[in-house]
Design a protein around this ligand. Sequence first.
Ligand SMILES: Nc1ncnc2c1ncn2[C@@H]1O[C@H](COP(=O)(O)OP(=O)(O)OP(=O)(O)O)[C@@H](O)[C@H]1O
Length: 606
Amino acid sequence: MSLLDALLRQGALRPIDHALAQSLRRLDGGEVDDRVLVAAALASSAVAQGHAGVELAQPQRVCDAAVEWPSADEWETVLRASHWVAQPDAATVSVQAPLAIERGMLYLRRYREYERRLASGLRRIAEAPADVGDLHVLAPLFATLFPAAREGDRQARAAALALLRSLLLVTGGPGTGKTTTITRVLLLLIAQARMAGHAAPRIALAAPTGRAAERMAESLRAATAGLRTCDGIDAAWCDALPDSASTVHRLLGTIPDSTRFRHDADHPLPFDAIVVDEASMVDLPLMCKLVEAVAPGARLILLGDRDQLPSVEAGDVLAAITDAAGDGDALPASLSSALSPLLGEVPSLPESALAPLSGHRVQLQRGYRQARSLDLAPLADAMRAGDADTVLHLLREGPAGVRFHEDVADPLAGAARETLLAPWRALSALRDPDVALKHAAKLRVLTALRDGAQGASSLNQRIEEALAGAQRDPYFHGRLVLVTENSYRHGLFNGDIGVCQHDDAGIPVAWFAGGPEGVRGFHPASLPAHTGAFAMTVHKAQGSEFDSVWLVLPRQDARALSRELLYTGITRARRELHLCVSDPVLRAALARHASRASGLAWRLRG
Ligand SMILES: Nc1ncnc2c1ncn2[C@@H]1O[C@H](COP(=O)(O)OP(=O)(O)OP(=O)(O)O)[C@@H](O)[C@H]1O
């Protein structure tokens, strides 16, 4: 039996991956080498799993079937001999073959092109000199905004670098002050322009989902309000700060029925500074299109947490840029002396000893937001490090706000049931949509998987049944719904959560936050695609936070489990975390990385 047939028989390929292989076979009159067909199917499957392509030395990362794989060398030789496979070098565009091979990785050609274009776009921005003006003029304001600047404060370092660099990546866990810092950077840019008698820079804020954009704008407004109370800050500078954020799609301008956007390299975005939050969620094609649309001379600032899950779609863009930028502790000597008016002495190394994008990244380390009632930091650190013994030890000790439901696979059975359901039962008695939405944002069940007995879909159904019975109205009063596609017509976006209520006449209305009155109502029949929202996957919850999180992991290990998934899940909690998992599943999850096969890091390293 051919390898392709063996994979098909084991159910290891999606029909669409197999169809790609079959179409190559048909076009070649059945003559094509089985190993080429298998590689094509895997390259297609790899993209669906978030990889940019398939590494020939590690096909198991894409497909863990019980088959004997060709050796990487032999496979590469066969592929290089095939006319379906282009062999570009790093700088060239691949020709019209559907596949491309480079550095032992087989790509669908389009994804290899996204990588190449993204790397070249990022380098273009990184190499452009930033319009920095005289830093001595800004020094007093800088010292007001960052009083600890000369004591090694990372936020100050990020702000100073943002002035000197056109491309900056600010990474850090939740509440490490990424938004606060960037608000101050934007204020510095505004003040600098105004002091020089210029117009304030045009600034855009964006995030990958509507919810994340809303949160970003909220944090920015809070940071701006704080700045207004500081001495030495002109209110007019604060007035020039943006107070809203859009999705990256909306910023770029979607074109109906097209994967292209209104803004691209030929029609760049009309902004001098673009800040993108939750950058770990931006996939390869979207980041490529965004970077290409950044106007010559404009700044691009990416904010994100590299330890979180990578984007659902192909790419691990934030991780690749982070790798190419190094840890950011030491700066190139020329940069460190340029920054001395603001930061004093900064450790430096000769340019040749540093990563190519060094000086373009700062990792913020200190968390400021943590509620006193929740002591998550040591647990989050141990999870990030994959240190299972420490994680289990901490969980069993029970840090403040953390409840470990060891071996509980079903929170709806047994003692936990009523604790979990009580806040949602209260929703049925609330009449004011605004109050209900705020209440709804308090609690969420998060799962690793969408399907299966412990997946989000099934848990949702069971929670809905527990709240409103088996014969329930599909839009019962108090039901939570999660929008699963972007609808610009409605102003509703993938990830938005609404609450259903019945008005006095018994008509169901689904309410969402936003609009001039704070809430917007829609008839449920008119909603874009949506699902229940009492339970959702950790992936869907990225970019959101809840007062109380129940993270429920499967009874058995699964490939979707990873330390990044656990870390992302637990850091969605603001006040209280419940974790349902067994010792062996937790250990297996922590031993696995959610990393993605990608050539972006080496392309950026040049
Ligand atoms: N240097 C600081 N001193 C005191 N408080 C700070 C400092 N930096 C940030 N904070 C506070 O910490 C909280 C979190 O800050 P911020 O929202 O900027 O973090 P973030 O990293 O953007 O968070 P997230 O990842 O959740 O978006 C805010 O309440 C902010 O006021």
